[in-house]
Design a protein around this ligand. Structure first.
Ligand code: CFM
Length: 559
């Protein structure tokens, strides 16, 4: 067997274009746009900006949440994915029934690695099943409502679930099946099972973001507030926008317990239908992923008076800061002391690994192109080991996730967003109860904790960093060529082209086989993994197929 001789592997990809330290981001931007036809370039120019933080903290405006230009290879998903896969998918005891062709159900089934832990053998866990009406030509031609009713009945007879959620896929909208009418009819017929439907056809919005909104509306309308039981516990919280990918929520739950917080519900990692139904009894909502769940937080505040704060458990420092924020909200000396104890107990192990890893990673550079919140959150973890994020962007976030909620009033609502219903919510006549007095609000302000506020990603990035929304495959390859980053955090669709370019890629959606990365123990896992990846010499010797076979190279990229 031939042994690997690095000398023969020349020229290594990493040496083809050496890393340039002082790269002018404006020049890079021009280079990216230069390859596009004029009309496309004009549109992309508004979606690719060089970050600059003004004296008042203001950042440049970015055009986002708009349709991807046909022909551009985007990493976005569909509205159905955002509704069924992202928001409702991680709930273990709702039968999530896809009304559509089998592929929609199958490919949205557990690929995100959202985990769950049933409370005991009696607790339902349907996440190991893939439920679909498996539409055939007959239903497309003659309608699928009959088959949908049969499927709901079959699921009920087999499992007796507390709830069944119906999710519409593209063909359902095209042929006009009324999923809501079916849900109403079956709910009445079954009697002891809550059946509700989502008009989350894949084409409904410009990305999965529309699906988040539809899911938030549905769960708020049909589930939140159904169970008024007041549970024991002094410091009651909900965790919104944490989906337990790779076990993240387990690690956060452990900390909550040690600190003495009572977690009423998570939307929706390691969650159950009953938790959602009871979630309005909590006193504080914590928002982890602002993009996917801010609607529920806003509606719960209007209807029940529960305030929300933005927290982040990605990064050890961010975790400590978030725990302190929560303790400050409840303003209980014993609680504050316990939180400090937990932080003091957890930190030494984090520090030890961090120092060791930082020595090898400091000065290296990352790029992050992920979803609607992680491209921001993971910058914290990289910063802790001395790595700067030089370019980042979301796939489907809105301007508030980039520029902060201060821009909300100036966001123009276009036809695509108008497609998604805005629920009209009013204070509940009996159950509305503001959780903070005016003095309480003032106290939070004094402590520097803003209620209902999110600063967005750009304010925390360095000036001169590139911010790119809905990055294309072409732009990714170009950035690699110009910057030669030490690592890219992105998703499975772009993973292998990045790695073939000789750059390691960390999958920040499902984490591949890794995780948890949240909170203190998660940070340790992440430091170690990034260390292994960026300091692995194998990438330097990698020869991409298009180097050995130039005829494979697409001219527009490598000319
Ligand atoms: Fe929120 Fe998510 Fe994300 Fe998201 Fe997602 Fe995800 Fe994501 Mo993949 S809810 S926006 S739609 S943090 S599935 S758990 S990793 S793109 S950055």
């Amino acid at each position: 067997m031939a042994t690997l001789n690095p000398e023969e592997l020349s020229p290594p990809v990493a040496e083809m274009k050496p890393a340039v330290v002082d790269i002018n981001a404006e020049e890079v931007r021009k280079e990216l746009l230069g390859k596009y036809p004029t009309k496309v370039a004009r549109k992309r120019a508004k979606q690719i900006v060089v970050n600059e933080i003004g004296p008042d903290g203001a950042v440049p405006e970015i055009a986002v949440n708009v349709r991807t230009i046909p022909g551009i290879i985007s990493q976005r998903g569909c509205t159905y994915a955002g509704c069924k896969g992202v928001v409702l998918g991680p709930t273990r005891d709702i039968v999530n029934l896809t009304h559509g062709p089998i592929g929609c159900g199958f490919y949205s089934w557990l690929t995100r690695r959202n985990q769950t832990k049933p409370r005991g053998p009696e607790d339902h866990n349907f996440m190991t099943y893939c439920f679909s009406t498996d539409m055939q030509e007959e239903q497309i031609v003659f309608g699928g409502e009959k088959k949908l009713k049969q499927a709901v009945q079959e699921a009920y007879d087999l499992f007796h679930p507390k709830a069944i959620g119906i999710f519409a896929t593209c063909p359902v909208g095209l042929i006009g099946d009324d999923v809501h009418a079916v849900a109403r009819e079956m709910k009445e017929k079954l009697g002891d099972c809550n059946v509700f439907a989502f008009s989350c056809e894949g084409y409904k919005g410009v990305s999965q973001s529309a699906g988040h909104h539809i899911a938030n509306n549905g769960i708020f309308t049909h589930v939140v507030g159904l169970d008024d039981t007041v549970k024991e516990g002094k410091f009651k919280i909900n965790l919104l926008g944490e989906y337990n990918i790779g076990g993240d929520a387990f690690e956060i739950e452990r900390l909550f317990e040690e600190c003495g917080f009572t977690l009423i519900s998570t939307f929706s990692g390691n969650s159950s239908y009953e938790y959602f139904a009871n979630s309005h009894t909590a006193d504080l909502n914590l928002i982890m992923c602002h993009r996917s769940i801010n609607y529920v937080a806003e509606m719960m505040e209007t209807k029940f008076g529960i305030p929300w704060i933005k927290i982040n458990f990605i990064g050890a420092e961010a975790t400590a800061k978030s725990l302190r924020k929560i303790a400050k909200f409840f303003d209980d000396p014993e609680l504050i002391a316990r939180v400090e104890e937990v932080i003091a107990r957890e930190m030494p192990a984090v520090e030890k690994v961090r120092e060791e890893v930082k020595a090898r990673c400091a000065g290296k550079r990352a790029m992050l192109f992920v979803g609607g919140s992680r491209a921001h959150h993971y910058q914290e973890l990289f910063r802790e080991i001395g790595m700067e994020t030089i370019a980042a962007g979301y796939e489907f976030a809105h301007r508030d996730d980039y520029e902060g909620r201060r821009v909300l009033p100036s966001i123009k609502v276009d036809a695509d967003s108008r497609n998604i219903e805005e629920l009209h919510v009013e204070p509940d006549p009996e159950r509305y109860r503001p959780r903070l007095t005016e003095a309480g609000v003032a106290r939070m302000k004094e402590a520097g904790i803003e209620l209902s506020e999110y600063e967005g990603m750009m304010a925390e990035m360095c000036s001169g960093a590139l911010v790119i929304d809905d990055i294309s495959q072409f732009e990714t390859e170009k950035l690699i060529e110009i910057y030669r980053p030490d690592i890219i955090g992105a998703g499975i669709k772009e993973k292998y082209t990045i790695q073939k370019s000789g750059v390691p890629m960390k999958q920040l959606h499902s984490y591949d086989s890794g995780g948890p990365y949240a909170a203190f123990k998660g940070a340790i896992n992440f430091y170690r993994e990034i260390d292994r990846m960026v300091n692995n010499k194998v990438w330097k010797y990698l020869k991409a197929p298009w180097q050995e076979h130039p005829e494979l190279a697409a001219k527009y990229v490598w000319e």
